[in-house]
Structures are given as C-alpha cells and as structure tokens.
Design a protein around this ligand. Structure first.
Ligand SMILES: [Zn+2]
Ligand SMILES: [Zn+2]
Length: 150
C-alpha cells in the first residue's frame, strides 16, 4: 500500500479503535483498494483490483462482509444506481456523517461526494410525505459530465 494511503488508513484505524471497532486485514485492503482506485468498483471488480494491484486475493464472501462493515461505519458508500462501492471522501475525519450526494461523470466515472444540506433533506421529507411516502434512503446520485469530459 502506498505511504500516503497507509497514513490515511492508520488514522481510520485510530478512529475505529476509539469507537471500540476493529480494522481487520481484509477490511484494510478492501478500503485501501477503493482509496487507491479513486473510482467506484463493484465487489467483483474490487476483488480483481486487490489481486492485481496488491497481490492480495480475497473470497467474494469476505469482500462483501468487509464492505458491509465499512459501509456501516460510513467509510465506504454504496451507489445504488450502479451497485458499486466508493471510499468516503472525508474518510479520516471522525465527526458524524450526514446524507451524501454524489456527482458522477457518466463518461469517465469520476465521482465527487458532497454533504446534502439538512434543510434540503427536510424539504424532501415533507414533499414525500405529501404524496404518502416516507423517505428511507435520501442519498442522491446525480448523473453529470465532468469538466474534463465536457
Ligand atoms: Zn462519505
Ligand atoms: Zn468525466
């Protein structure tokens, strides 16, 4: 793992430890691979990436389990539109994680994560309620074209 990623991962390990959670070697390589890839990967692409980039072969089941844990800690986000996973962009911070919005370039898969203003979530919740719907998962995934592809 490159030095700057190791440093980031060490910080994540400390934040987890403070919450009484553990970073296993599988979780570390899965998260490190997503950080290294800098783009969303499916669980199978992730398996290939770990194997080809870090010579670390993993079983699909362990990848899914690691992703589940990392997702519950807001270290990784699942994109529902593509069924792929992406490392959280403010991973080394320990504060509460709000609802995320993702800007995704449909040409090159470049992705940016932003926090949605809680006022907007309130408005969404109210609008949905008017139609008899209750918001379950307000994460937004917005199709875009990045400046490099435009
Ligand atoms: Zn995030
Ligand atoms: Zn692009």
């Amino acid at each position: 793992m490159p030095y700057h990623l190791d440093k980031t991962l060490d910080k994540v390990v400390r934040n987890l430890k403070a919450k009484g959670k553990r970073m296993t070697s599988t979780r570390r390589v899965v998260l490190g691979s997503l950080l290294h890839a800098k783009k969303p990967l499916s669980a199978y692409e992730l398996m290939d990436y770990c194997a080809s980039t870090f010579e670390h072969s993993l079983q699909a089941m362990s990848v899914y389990r690691a992703l589940e844990f990392l997702e519950s800690e807001h270290l990784v986000h699942k994109l529902n539109t593509s069924n792929k996973f992406v490392a959280c962009s403010h991973i080394a911070q320990s504060h509460e994680h709000g609802v995320a919005q993702f800007l995704i370039c449909s040409k090159c898969d470049k992705i940016a994560e932003q926090q949605i203003d809680p006022i907007l979530i309130d408005a969404l919740t109210k609008h949905a309620r008017k139609q008899g719907f209750t918001l379950i998962q307000p994460q937004l995934e917005i199709e875009c074209i990045c400046d490099a592809c435009k």
